[in-house]
Ligand binder design. Structure first.
Ligand SMILES: [Zn+2]
Length: 1047
């Protein structure tokens, strides 16, 4: 290898490089071009962003900050109206079944044949095609035990408390909002027929007088933070449980919560606590949903229909709304006005996973091409053509479902309407009949008005002493030799055109020239890390196939070169800067893969100090631990976003590395953080390599901008995820991969109508891995209601919990965790109190009445409250908390569900003859049998828990030994034994792993072994050793909170 020591290079910059111009970078050595450039890469700290420069046509328009969401300046907006030179749109064939879906009749009242008259200004009474308004109550539910709600006059809500917010976030803390629910008009019960069925009635407990539940709990009243519960012995719930009298649920031993409450009179002698079997069971709800919704495909044509739960396997048919794999909502029946929304406190949010992968039996989004003038859009709000646009005037115009503006149909897109007012080609065009599709875009949608270059991947490898010693340098280099053949591509038969580059670093950086014409790679050392630059342009980013020999030689040499290094210090900021500068120089977007091991204490921009201080945990200063310790990385992140530079960070720490700070750039650029604490090759290599392989190969879009448009009445007001926002509407993602979600919260800015519902359209403009500029469109319509009971009938608790977790995890940046927890409890209590007050039939105060679709809200909420971020045990490191906080922010609903409520399978009940899994059991120690073996999975870990008296045959089948004492607790994979049980179990583990975005390492936990403490942490229905309440105790606490709100 030729090593060219270049402590400070000047030569390559004698002439300005494309892309460098106008980027004020002192110290470049070359002449600095003073001004007059369009400043594509203007620093973000100026008044504008990279997206605002240039002439109006073909750029993304002026910044939208402060602009109203619907009108005014738009990003990537002013395209294609007027000329409308649409070529014949080449269309992918639609499945023939698409044309045969039953459609509601089209409205007949639409204006017809106005040759040049004024556009109709009123909202059509019905939306075209698929969006037939639903009657307010149409959801058959097995739980309904009362008469259907009638839509009789709901009293105007006055004096409803403002929406709560976390202290320090937006507005006063909830606690200061006075007595909620008071002075809100007459109670619903006085309005004629009872408002709603009591969907879930917690039976009054045996032995409990029909009074307050808490009255029968001994001990001091619960303290704030819920640490004052009476001590609870693990496993103390061990009453013999059988099917409960009066319950005929499909699962023995599980109560049927839809049934009328059990008669208190039949109560046996008085136990002091609730029987866990009598409170809502997650397993029961999951199994019921599987039974009720798992057999039929879920069709998206009916507005406001809640999809099956994330735990149910189902097929989706797109009939006009986005699949729940792309969008899940907290409520599928939104309140018509903000007063109702405030009163209920139910968050209105959508969890959006724009590039979600689909199972093989579902059709991926079609690619629609509207020709050279680009996708057809509403003239005013710029919404893209979708099933919510209503055509009129014989097909010459369409009215926007979002803003009602009427737009002329481009001549080349003209089509006649049928007798129902639908375009006759409606079902041949995804953009008129489907919830999700892609648009080809034009050059107008490209940054700087030119088509993007293919993206690049740059691998930046820490070669300091720690990284060499723990083996990661060798592992990464070895793996990359194979992995580079699996870079993402759109057509599996064509080579990926992603280019690659390589950097190694400790406290200096080494760049490598791997040009195909070289016999050997060349190293260039940059030791002046204060002003990072790329010392070579030609030969740094190369095509894998062209430079394969040189790259392999480099990857062979790197581990040898640094094998004897004594350098322990590392830099970090300059590493990202180096990758960023390389992408700038190549004028492309891309992804950096950084493999890093230690706190960057070497003298350099972004240098950090060890500020780990566990004494701050639980204090008002705890929030500082989640905040970055320097602002350097925030600034760097903005620059990365402007370039479309996404950063994925693989951490291999042996001590505190300040994840809160190192994670700023990844979490602002749509990147991921992977963390392998105390990495040891033998036990952790498999997990790391699987993560790396998936991360490199997965579908990803670059330089993405996401915009959510909504119909008049609501708007997107808050966003959660790994992105950057330079204004209030555009979510900028340097990278957006298929695992990432963006959660959007909506608030009312006007009234919604039950007739038209609430519409949203999520448009993501991105550069595909092949360098095409595309738009991914997802449309979603939900119902609107003027009755609270309808809202409470159509919520999705798993999505609400996903939202609450993200909200709370962000709030810890600005508020003490205790306040965050209290606010969550308060908001959920208000949600449930509002239901009790307005929707449930009158009953004794001693009964906790929960809406059917929210009956798991308390148990899941408790899991969020006692999670490591909000209530850590003594053994949870600050880095782990920062890591989990960032991880949860991009989780989809399936991931957050299993993360907060792990999946626990009793393997002794596994039937090897069947493909079905045994029914899961609840996450509580008392559910574990000493004679059993259990698999627990939470999306990050898999545990195999082995009871001390596990049957010998079971152990023999799994471990190849009948003796409990002979099981090696250090094994990370099960022996491949030649018996059906072993095969089936390993299949199950593999299939569980395949469902998750991160590889889960297997840990074997023997009962009564010291590792069991870790395992018990995931038994989330039990009291935790960090002070988190048990489910039973927390439910009592919630009940008390609700009763306080009601009294
Ligand atoms: Zn519009």
């Amino acid at each position: 290898m030729n090593v060219n020591q270049q402590p400070h290079m000047a030569t390559p910059y004698g002439q300005p490089q494309p892309g460098y111009q106008g980027y004020p970078q002192p110290g470049y050595g070359g002449d600095h071009v003073p001004s007059g450039y369009p400043a594509q890469y203007a620093p973000y700290n100026g008044p504008g962003s990279a997206y605002q420069q240039g002439p109006p046509q073909g750029t993304r328009g002026p910044p939208t900050s402060g602009a109203p969401p619907v009108s005014g300046a738009q990003n990537y907006s002013q395209f294609g109206q007027g000329e409308n030179q649409n070529g014949p749109p080449p269309m992918g064939p639609l499945p023939s079944t698409q044309s045969s879906f039953p459609r509601p009749p089209h409205p007949t009242s639409q204006p017809s044949a106005f040759p040049a008259g004024p556009p109709p200004t009123s909202i059509p009474s019905q939306l075209p095609g698929v969006m037939q308004p639903q009657p307010p109550v149409s959801q058959p539910s097995p739980y309904h035990s009362g008469p259907p709600t009638t839509s009789t006059g709901f009293p105007p809500q006055v004096g409803a408390p403002p929406r709560p917010s976390f202290p320090g976030m937006q507005g006063p803390p909830m606690a200061s909002q006075g007595p909620p629910m008071a002075s809100q008009g007459p109670p619903m019960a006085s309005q004629g027929p009872p408002m709603a069925q009591a969907n879930h009635i917690l039976p009054t407990q045996p032995g409990m007088p029909p009074g307050p539940i808490n009255a029968s709990l001994s001990g001091p009243p619960p303290q704030p933070g819920m640490q004052g519960y009476p001590p609870q012995q693990n496993g103390a719930f061990g009453q013999v449980r059988g099917p409960q009298p009066g319950y005929t649920g499909p699962y023995p031993g599980q109560p049927n919560y839809g049934a009328p409450p059990a008669a208190p009179a039949s109560a046996p002698a008085a136990p002091k606590r609730l029987d866990p079997d009598s409170i809502p069971s997650p397993i029961q709800v999951i199994e019921d949903d599987k039974a009720n919704k798992g057999s039929e495909p879920f069709t998206t044509g009916v507005r406001g229909q809640a999809p099956p739960l994330v735990t149910t396997k189902f097929q989706v048919k797109d009939q006009g709304n986005a699949s729940p794999r792309y969008i899940r909502c907290t409520a599928y029946n939104m309140p018509c006005n903000s007063d109702m929304a405030k009163q209920s406190q139910v968050p209105l949010a959508a969890v959006i996973k724009p590039l979600a992968p689909l199972p093989p039996d579902e059709t991926p989004p079609y690619l629609v091409d509207h020709g050279e003038s680009g996708p057809i859009r509403c003239n005013r709000c710029k919404a893209y053509l979708c099933p919510y646009m209503q055509f009129s005037e014989g097909g010459r115009r369409f009215q926007c479902g979002f803003c009602n503006c009427v737009t002329e149909v481009p001549p080349n897109y003209f089509q006649h309407l049928d007798h129902t007012g639908k375009r006759v080609d409606c079902y041949d065009r995804p953009e008129l009949s489907m919830g999700s599709y892609d648009f080809m875009t034009t050059v107008d949608y490209c940054k700087n008005n030119k088509f993007p270059q293919p993206p690049a991947f740059i691998f930046l490898i820490d070669v300091s002493y720690n990284a060499v010693k723990n083996g990661t340098v060798g592992i990464v280099c070895q793996e990359l030799k194979t992995l580079l053949d699996y870079l993402p591509r759109e057509n599996p038969d064509v080579e990926s055109n992603i280019r690659v580059g390589f950097v190694t670093y400790n406290k200096v950086l080494h760049f490598y020239n791997v040009k195909a014409s070289l016999a050997q790679p060349q190293m260039m050392v940059v030791s002046d890390v204060a002003d990072m630059f790329v010392p070579l342009l030609d030969g740094f980013l190369v095509s894998v196939s062209e430079s394969r020999v040189v790259i392999e030689s480099l990857l062979d040499q790197i581990p040898e070169m640094f094998a004897d290094t004594r350098e322990t210090e590392t830099v970090f900021g300059p590493v990202i800067q180096a990758g960023l500068e390389a992408l700038k120089a190549a004028d492309c977007a891309g992804k950096l893969f950084v493999f890093h091991s230690s706190l960057p204490i070497a003298e350099a921009p972004g240098k950090l100090k060890n500020r780990e201080d566990k004494k701050l945990v639980g204090t008002d200063k705890e929030k500082t631990l989640f905040q970055p310790q320097v602002s350097f990385y925030n600034t760097l992140a903005k620059e990365c976003v402007a370039q479309g530079c996404c950063v994925d960070l693989f951490l291999f720490p042996n001590q505190y590395v300040d994840v809160a700070t190192l994670g700023v750039v990844p979490t602002s650029t749509g990147g991921s953080i992977y963390k392998y604490t105390y990495f040891q090759a033998p036990s952790d290599q498999e997990r790391f390599l699987n993560d790396l392989r998936r991360d490199v190969q997965k579908q990803v879009g670059f330089d993405a901008v996401m915009r959510v448009r909504t119909s008049t009445g609501i708007r997107a007001t808050d966003f959660f995820g790994a992105f950057y926002m330079s204004n209030t509407t555009d979510v900028e993602l340097a990278g957006l991969d298929c695992d990432k979600t963006v959660t959007v919260e909506f608030r009312h800015d006007d009234k919604l109508s039950e007739e038209t519902g609430a519409l949203m359209q999520c448009a993501v403009l991105y550069t595909s891995c092949s360098g095409q500029r595309r738009l991914r469109i997802h449309n979603m319509a939900v119902n609107c209601c003027s009755q609270l009971a309808d809202l409470y009938r159509n919520c999705e608790t798993d999505t609400i919990i996903n939202f609450f977790a993200k909200y709370a995890y962000r709030s810890v940046l600005s508020s003490p965790t205790k306040n965050v927890r209290d606010s969550l409890v308060n908001q959920c209590a208000q949600i449930l109190a509002c239901y009790r007050k307005n929707c449930a039939s009158p009953s004794s105060a001693g009964q906790l009445i929960l809406p059917e679709c929210m009956k798991l809200l308390p148990v899941y909420l408790n899991c969020v409250l006692k999670s490591d971020v909000l209530q850590p045990g003594a053994d949870v490191s600050l880095d782990d908390r920062a890591y989990l906080r960032q991880l949860v922010s991009t989780m989809d609903v399936a991931e957050s569900h299993v993360f907060f409520y792990p999946h626990l399978l009793p393997l002794q009940k596994l039937d090897v003859e069947s493909m079905a899994l045994p029914m899961a059991v609840r996450d509580s120690e008392e559910r574990l049998s000493r004679g059993g073996v259990y698999l627990l999975e939470n999306g990050l870990n898999i545990f195999l828990w082995v009871g001390v008296s596990a049957q010998q045959e079971l152990l023999q089948n799994i471990f190849g030994t009948p003796a409990f004492s002979q099981i090696d607790p250090n094994m990370t994979s099960l022996p491949a034994l030649d018996n059906p049980f072993s095969k089936r179990l390993r299949e199950i583990i593999e299939s569980v792993r395949a469902q998750r975005s991160r590889y889960m390492k297997l840990m074997v936990v023997k009962q009564e072994d010291k590792l069991e403490l870790i395992f018990k942490h995931f038994l989330v229905e039990d009291k935790s050793n960090s002070g988190g309440a048990s489910y039973v105790d927390f439910l009592c606490h919630m009940h008390k909170e609700i009763r306080q709100l009601l009294s």
